[in-house]
Ligand binder design. Structure first.
Ligand code: FAD
Length: 482
């Protein structure tokens, strides 16, 4: 088939790679008009206005890393050759961990560490090197073309900004979180796409650094991120001795929002957080003068099969066009690449029967990825409740009869300590974090549950954990007041 892929981000690249390797001819239309970089550092300076999140910290979960290592060993090797590293479940185990023995299954408990721009650059290079992929940068698609037939639209091509059209057998919409695919479909007379949207409740702030020559990264035996309720934070290892720090505040906290956009205040704040402080002890220098800020972060799921029928055939949405999730969970690139491969599996199974392709793809999205979306939305609702209480100066755990209070206590005083001592709990958590199990497995596995509860029951016999950061928002404001 002749396939158009609209958008050259992670989902577009995954689609192009998978379909090209099935023998299809693929044209990728990417609106950003930027020359191909020749190194990871050049890629970091890439103009990627179409995907501004590339300037933010990115974690690449084991789900994505394993898809690459298994199906694209050449690309996986190229990422490592360009300076990406891997983080295994048993790297930097805390001294409190008892009896961790490597098991064969641990080989898949590995995350990839690199900048988002490095990741995308290496994948784009591999796609371009495949003779069946034409990469057309600086060519935004502005609409779709449908066949002149009765019934729901059948897409047969794309419209370009210069007014021309181009015919294709299949169009993959991979144009990201700002995609207006529902409008394009409506223009063709398709029924409305079903959409559910919820705010993640956070604003994101990221800054990148590089280790100075001769300096090493601090050991990662403790937490690499945390949640103070009023502030969430994490440190992300990048490629080529780079790292980044991300802070996230509740959307309603205007005061912190203004303060943290200032690089000096940002660094001062990070120096008061247990996980990030060691990274800012002078061993690193900023790669960026500014702090990158991103708001408007939504959870959004779109159904393109309505009343049992695709709203249109000949066009398949992948990646953020289908689902956007809270960046804090680091799932978006994994679900983007995963969805592209579910799409390619459906194409491999049903070929040019595009109605069946759409239905099979929709069924696999619902079976595999929708549960993760729903779990994230539920987690965000709870985080928003806690953040709102703290912003109002209230105790989110005041109501001891509320089951959510008990759950928070079990997570804080059961799961977290058990992860530092018990290999079974650590592995189960890692699998869940990395989309390798189902979202409810961590909470419903009886063995893991018993171990977590045992840790919770001995909570008073352990010394108190060292503070993760300033105890309250007011304390932080005192520390960073300018
Ligand atoms: C602040 C932030 C932090 C994140 N952190 C993480 C993380 O740690 N880990 C993780 O896995 N995910 C993370 N994500 C999510 C991740 O970035 C996205 O889920 C992922 O990029 C989705 O890939 P995509 O290909 O669908 O969209 P994108 O990567 O956004 O790509 C869309 C592409 O389409 C192009 N385009 C747009 N319109 C058109 C058009 N009309 N014609 C042609 N081209 C067009 C754009 O230029 C862009 O290149 C984060 C997101 C945000 C916002």
């Amino acid at each position: 088939m002749r396939v158009a892929v609209v958008g050259g981000g992670v989902a577009g690249l995954g689609s192009a790679l998978a379909l090209a390797r099935q023998g299809h001819q693929v044209s990728v239309f990417e609106r950003d008009d930027t020359p191909m970089p020749s190194s990871a550092d050049e890629a970091f300076a890439w103009d990627r206005r179409g995907a501004p999140q590339v300037r933010h910290s990115h974690a690449f979960l084991a789900r994505l890393r394993n898809m690459l290592a298994t199906s694209y060993p050449d690309i996986h090797a190229a990422l490592l050759a360009e300076g990406a590293t891997e983080m295994r479940v048993d790297d930097d185990l805390p001294p409190t961990m008892v009896g961790f023995e490597r098991e064969p299954g641990d080989d898949e408990l590995v995350m990839l560490a690199c900048r988002r721009t490095t990741f995308e650059w290496v994948l784009r290079r591999a796609a371009i090197a495949d003779g069946r992929v034409a990469f057309r940068t600086g060519e935004p698609v502005v609409g779709l073309v449908a066949a002149d037939e009765p019934g729901r639209p059948h897409v047969v091509g794309v419209r370009l900004a210069d007014g021309s059209t181009s015919a294709f057998d299949l169009v993959i919409a991979a144009n990201g979180r700002r995609s207006v695919l529902p409008d394009w479909l409506a223009e063709l007379g398709a029924p409305p796409v079903h959409e559910q949207v919820e705010d993640t409740g956070i604003v994101y702030y990221s800054r990148f650094y590089r280790l100075r020559p001769g300096c090493e990264a601090p050991p990662r035996t403790g937490p690499i991120g945390g949640d103070l309720g009023y502030l969430k934070y994490g440190v992300f290892v990048g490629d080529n001795d780079t790292f980044s720090i991300t802070l996230a505040t509740p959307v309603d906290d205007d005061q912190l929002r203004k303060l943290l956009a200032d690089p000096v205040v940002f660094d001062t704040t990070a120096r008061h957080l247990a996980a990030t402080a060691p990274w800012l002890d002078g061993r690193g220098e900023p790669l960026t003068d500014e702090v990158h800020v991103m708001a408007g972060l939504l959870n959004r799921w779109r159904d393109h099969v309505v009343d049992g029928e695709p709203v249109a055939t000949g066009v398949i949405p992948v990646g953020d066009v289908v689902l956007c999730t809270n960046p804090l969970y680091g799932r978006g690139c994994s679900t983007a690449f995963w969805s592209a491969h579910l799409m390619a599996d459906a194409v491999a199974a049903f070929g040019d029967d595009l109605r069946e392709v759409a239905l099979a793809y929709d069924a696999s999205l619902r079976a595999e990825i929708l549960p993760w979306y729903q779990a994230g939305v539920a987690q965000d609702a709870e985080a928003r409740r806690v953040a709102a209480a703290l912003l109002a100066g209230e105790d989110p755990d005041a109501d001891t009869s509320d089951p959510r209070t008990f759950m928070r206590a079990v997570l804080r005083d059961g799961l977290l300590p058990a992860m530092r001592t018990d290999p079974v709990v650590l592995r189960a958590f890692f699998r869940s974090l990395n989309l390798l199990s189902r979202p409810d497995e961590l909470a419903t596995d009886p063995d893991v549950g018993a171990r977590v509860l045992a840790a919770w029951q001995t909570r008073d016999q352990r010394p108190a954990d060292p503070p993760l950061g300033p105890a309250s928002r007011a304390d932080l404001l005192d520390l960073i007041a300018v």
